[in-house]
Ligand binder design. Sequence first.
Ligand SMILES: *[C@@H]1O[C@H](CO)[C@@H](O)[C@H](O)[C@H]1NC(C)=O
Ligand SMILES: *[C@@H]1O[C@H](CO)[C@@H](O)[C@H](O)[C@H]1NC(C)=O
Ligand SMILES: *[C@@H]1O[C@H](CO)[C@@H](O)[C@H](O)[C@H]1NC(C)=O
Ligand SMILES: *[C@@H]1O[C@H](CO)[C@@H](O)[C@H](O)[C@H]1NC(C)=O
Ligand SMILES: *[C@@H]1O[C@H](CO)[C@@H](O)[C@H](O)[C@H]1NC(C)=O
Length: 788
Amino acid sequence: MAMASRKQLLLPCLILLFVAAAAVAEASPRAQPQSTYIVHLAPDHPALSLSPARGGRNALLGPLLGLPRRLSAPRPRLLYTYARAATGVAARLTEAQAAHVAAQPGVLAVHRDQARQLHTTHTPEFLHLNSAAGVLPAASGSGAVSDVVVGVLDTGIYPLNRSSFKPVGDGLGPPPSSFSGGCVSAAKFNASAFCNSKLIGAKFFYKGYEEGLGHPINETLESKSPLDTEGHGTHTASTAAGSPVDGAGFYQYARGRAVGMAPTARIAAYKICWKSGCFDSDILAAFDEAVGDGVNVISLSVGSTYAADFYEDSIAIGAFGAVKKGIVVSASAGNSGPGEYTASNIAPWILTVGASTVDREFPADAVLGDGSVYGGVSLYAGDPLNSTKLPLVYAADCGSRLCLIGELDKDKVAGKIVLCERGVNARVEKGAAVGKAGGIGMILANTEESGEELIADPHLIPSTMVGQKFGDKIRHYVKTDPSPTATIVFHGTVIGKSPSAPRVASFSSRGPNSRAPEILKPDVTAPGVNILADWTGEASPTDLDIDPRRVPFNIISGTSMSCPHVSGLAALLRQAHPDWSPTVVKSALMTTAYNMDNSGEIIKDLATGTESTPFVRGAGHVDPISALNPGLVYDADTADYIGFLCALGYTPAQIAVFTRDGSVADCSKKPARSGDLNYPAFAAVFSSYKDSVTYHRVVRNVGSDASAVYEAKVESPAGVDAKVTPAKLVFDEEHRSLAYEITLAVSGNPVIVDAKYSFGSVTWSDGKHNVTSPIAVTWPESAGAASM
Ligand SMILES: *[C@@H]1O[C@H](CO)[C@@H](O)[C@H](O)[C@H]1NC(C)=O
Ligand SMILES: *[C@@H]1O[C@H](CO)[C@@H](O)[C@H](O)[C@H]1NC(C)=O
Ligand SMILES: *[C@@H]1O[C@H](CO)[C@@H](O)[C@H](O)[C@H]1NC(C)=O
Ligand SMILES: *[C@@H]1O[C@H](CO)[C@@H](O)[C@H](O)[C@H]1NC(C)=O
Ligand SMILES: *[C@@H]1O[C@H](CO)[C@@H](O)[C@H](O)[C@H]1NC(C)=O
């Protein structure tokens, strides 16, 4: 629930609420439960002068928020005051109090706090692998990225015995003078022992979480400190900016040198996620703190499965405040694929990252008694089966098709390999269930639901995972052979044999953009499948209690893993080009992204096995070396983003949450369409088969040749005439920035387009740079889903 603006509150409802509240308050003042609300305030609001006292009991809060006596109990409590990324407070209020506050002058919006999730999938679902090394061969050698700070908002950091979070050699020198943050000590987190010139910030934000839990954090279960007891934050931070570590690996898998994308950038960790989630009030507090501390990049592998309108999305609001201060905000698109409209963190000022594979696999074959071999994947690290053929049974014949713990019949399973099916319980747990029942190994088969998507998991017993087609064949063999047998053969780490890489993961969330259909999302894709990086010493690699292992590195998957790759690359770009705005950094990564895989074909989508589209891969796969020298860039500042919000049709009250200066946003100069934002991609939504739209763009020449001449090469989407005017841009010292427009018109008559979408591209080239933007067109039949 969100009360976004005064306008949205229905008056009759309010009156009812007030009446009910008053009546109940008299009878029993304790009967009204309080919830956490984020209250956005005008910058001169007197409540902003309050700071949270112990327990938040501040007698002035209620009166300052305009609560009358009859609504004064229970007394509101103050959790946070926001002053940088947002302006406002987080407070405990009853529903009646919140409704009253929302209608007061100077109150911009009131949103109920809500929980978000980490965008990794390793516990219940996707566990995978890759090496961070190799993604950025050259840029990591420059050794110069020492003045850039990456703020990682996540589950904290585990620096004990982790070389990734120590400076290499003599260190990096003192933190940049622009950084005013630091590390806080708490039980289990000794700042003077853990922090150094590499890890220069470590803070934690728990007030919204504790209120959501309804009780204080149980410190035997999690650490009320910046210490990461989960693993995710340690993984993402080391992916973004970890120092090089030789001999890294997960047991025998993916061995070699692990190194973050920006190995000499500094890390500041902000712990916002806890055992049962990440709360908006804490996320916004961390944004606020990171902006105040002076980080240069914010990496956020967190979000929801549903994208809210930007004016009621705390991540969009906090990110806007950060971008306004020149900070790049890189965020995961989510793991809700492969359905369309699933991407989250989709505001145009956010760099939204999808996930794809790298050229590294962990094959493990299921070899059957009849000699047939079915390829699967596994990260099982214990003793192998040594080609011993064992009796093979089907789990459904042994009491539990899904291999739930405690439900397999020991008499039928003991000493055998069990064919289990995917779904419901964690994949590693299925193998554990087989092991507990006396089984020796497991073949985990996908069903129709999961198709051919393979996930290499660190199984506790010898196991492999096969796709649905092979699963069906193995099941048929078990049912028809009088004495079926099988073994599993593990092939370790295999590099360079994959039919094509990168391929976009099925789980990677997709466009179109559900909130701003004319802004293409996701923006880019990056490695997010089977990523090797640091792990906490406080939890197992599967985060399952049944798993006793502790590992320094772990291999996991998700857009949570692809996001910090891009955050680290953004840090490299910030170091190389300190004058680039966050929008220019994003533009450079998008226009230089590549769209071909290593076999020379369009990057494939693992969900379909066929070509991905810009709604799946965005502008393409990030290419850091090209991004350092993009030729032309598309810039935009916060005034442009406000104009975009006007064009989206947001009301002045809704926009006030972003402008925060107390003035009414001036929408008089708004662009004709939201798609006129100076974005490095095009997403047109046709309302009829006669439609035509024109978008305006301005490109700035940031290449070394001030008098470069660029020519446009257009690939029109099927059924569309795409025309760029002018088709040639002649730059000189006086004309570093030049405008062009692109008109997308339905071509031919009659138009026959047998698809919901068509795709194309426009590339500006001076012979030295290719500056490419994808074009996506949504046809009328499917436009309904995108309508606002
Ligand atoms: C860190 O490493 C040292 C030396 O290898 C070891 O003695 C210590 O127990 C380790 N500490 C943790 C928390 O792993
Ligand atoms: C924290 O670490 C410092 C430096 O290693 C050490 O001197 C200090 O005693 C430690 N403090 C605690 C409370 O363990
Ligand atoms: C905290 O968790 C531990 C371990 O589960 C449990 O034994 C203990 O009772 C919990 N403490 C509180 C105050 O709930
Ligand atoms: C496979 O061989 C290894 C090493 O000889 C041994 O430790 C292990 O128990 C064997 N596994 C099986 C299932 O026989
Ligand atoms: C630009 O793209 C064209 C066509 O794909 C290609 O032949 C050329 O090598 C590219 N140029 C650069 C500098 O990448």
